[in-house]
Design a protein around this ligand. Structure first.
Ligand code: ZN
Length: 356
C-alpha cells in the first residue's frame, strides 16, 4: 500500500510542480490565480487537473478550445509519481521518506526550469541546500551534519574552481573585472589561502576583501591571473612544506565553497538593480555550483560522484544530439538522484572492479 500511496502523492505533487516550473521563473504567484488553459485562457475545473488521467481522457487536448496540451505536463506528473514510489521502496513511512520526497520534487522542478530558461532559481537551490542541512542537523539524515556541511562546501568549491579555470582558459588568460563586492575572484582567493593557511583563514581573508570592496565600491581583491595559477602550485608544494596533500586540497575546496555559497546568497537577496546601473543582473552566475553545493548537503562527498555522473550523462547527450549550449542542471539533478539511491552501491562495485 505504501508505495502505491507514494505514487499517488507523487502524481499530485507533480501537478503542483508543473505550476512551479511554469510560474516561478516569471515571478508569478504559485498559489493564485487558479490554472487556466495557456491557449484559450479558460479556467480549468478540478476534473481537468487530475494528474495524467485528465490528459489521457482528453487525448492531450484542451476540453474548451481543443488546442493540444504539451505532453510535458503528464510527463512531469508521472516522473514525480514514479520517483516517490521508488523512494517508498527504500524508506518506510517516516520523516525520512517525506524528506526524500521533498529532495526529489525540488530536483524535478530545478531540472525542468533549467531546461526552459537555462537558469536555476536561487529560491530552489538554496531551499534544497538548507533543507538538506536542516535534515542533517535534526535527524542526521541522510548524512550526519558535519558530513553534510563539509559535503556542501567541498562540492560547491570543486565546481566553483572548475568554473574558474574553465573561464580563464576560455578567455585566454585575460583578466575580467572583479565583481563588487563579491564574485568569483573572492572564491579563487579563498581557495589559494585556504590551501596555504587552512579553510578558516582562507575564508576570513576573502571575507575581508569582500568587506573592503563593499566599503570602497571598488574591487579590492587579488587578480585571477595570480590566484588561479598559484593554487595548483600550492597543492604540489604542500607536501614539501610539511602539510599533507589531502588536507591542503580540502582547505582549498572548503574555503572556495564557503565563499561561493555565501556570495551567491548575498546576490540572491540583493534587490534588483535600477536601470542604468552597470552591474550584471546575473552576478556570479554559479547556478550549477549552488546546485552541486545543495546536493553536497544531501550526499556528503558522494556529491562528487553525482558530479561525475552528471558530466558523463551531459557529455553523452551533448554528443548524441550535437547540442552546443546544454543546461547542466538536469544532468546534475539526475546524477544526484541516482547517487542518493545507488551511490554507495555504485562506489563499492567500482572499488570491487578495481580489485580493492
Ligand atoms: Zn483551451
Amino acid at each position: 500500500m505504501w508505495p502505491f500511496f507514494a505514487l499517488l502523492l507523487g502524481l499530485v505533487v507533480g501537478s503542483f510542480l508543473n505550476v512551479v516550473i511554469h510560474r516561478l521563473p516569471k515571478g508569478e504567484s504559485i498559489v493564485f490565480p487558479p490554472s487556466r488553459c495557456p491557449a484559450c485562457g479558460h479556467r480549468l475545473a478540478p476534473w481537468d487537473l487530475v494528474p495524467v488521467f485528465s490528459y489521457l481522457a482528453l487525448r492531450g487536448r484542451c476540453r474548451y478550445c481543443h488546442s493540444p496540451i504539451s505532453p510535458r505536463y503528464p510527463l512531469v506528473e508521472a516522473l514525480t509519481g514514479l520517483l516517490f514510489a521508488l523512494a517508498a521502496l527504500f524508506y518506510p513511512p517516516s520523516p525520512q521518506a517525506f524528506l526524500t520526497f521533498a529532495f526529489l520534487a525540488l530536483l524535478v522542478a530545478l531540472s525542468f526550469i533549467d531546461l526552459d530558461t537555462l537558469e536555476l532559481p536561487d529560491s530552489l537551490t538554496y531551499g534544497l541546500l538548507f533543507l538538506g542541512l536542516l535534515s542533517a542537523y535534526l535527524l542526521s539524515f541522510p548524512r550526519p551534519f558535519a558530513e553534510a556541511l563539509d559535503g556542501a562546501l567541498i562540492a560547491a568549491g570543486v565546481l566553483g574552481l572548475v568554473a574558474g579555470y574553465g573561464g580563464l582558459f576560455l578567455r585566454r588568460f585575460r583578466e575580467t573585472r572583479a565583481e563588487v563586492p563579491v564574485g568569483p575572484h573572492q572564491v579563487h582567493m579563498a581557495a589559494l589561502f585556504g590551501a596555504l593557511l587552512g579553510p578558516g583563514v582562507g575564508m576570513a581573508l576573502a571575507f575581508l576583501t569582500w568587506a573592503l570592496s563593499g566599503r570602497t565600491g571598488k574591487p579590492v581583491v587579488l587578480p585571477d591571473r595570480i590566484t588561479l595559477p598559484l593554487l595548483p602550485l600550492a597543492w604540489i608544494l604542500a607536501p614539501y612544506l610539511g602539510a599533507d596533500l589531502l588536507s591542503t586540497l580540502k582547505g582549498s575546496f572548503l574555503a572556495a565553497g564557503g565563499l561561493a555559497l555565501a556570495g551567491g546568497l548575498y546576490w540572491a537577496f540583493k534587490p534588483i538593480h535600477e536601470e542604468g546601473e552597470e552591474t550584471d543582473p546575473v552576478a556570479m552566475g554559479y547556478g550549477d555550483v549552488k546546485l552541486l553545493g545543495a546536493l553536497g548537503a544531501w550526499l556528503g562527498l558522494y556529491s562528487l560522484l553525482a558530479l561525475f555522473l552528471g558530466v558523463f550523462a551531459g557529455a553523452l547527450v551533448g554528443l548524441a544530439f550535437r547540442q552546443r549550449k546544454i543546461p547542466f542542471g538536469p544532468y546534475l539533478a539526475l546524477g544526484g538522484g541516482v547517487t542518493f539511491f545507488f551511490g554507495e552501491t555504485l562506489w563499492r562495485a567500482y572499488l570491487a572492479w578495481l580489485g580493492l
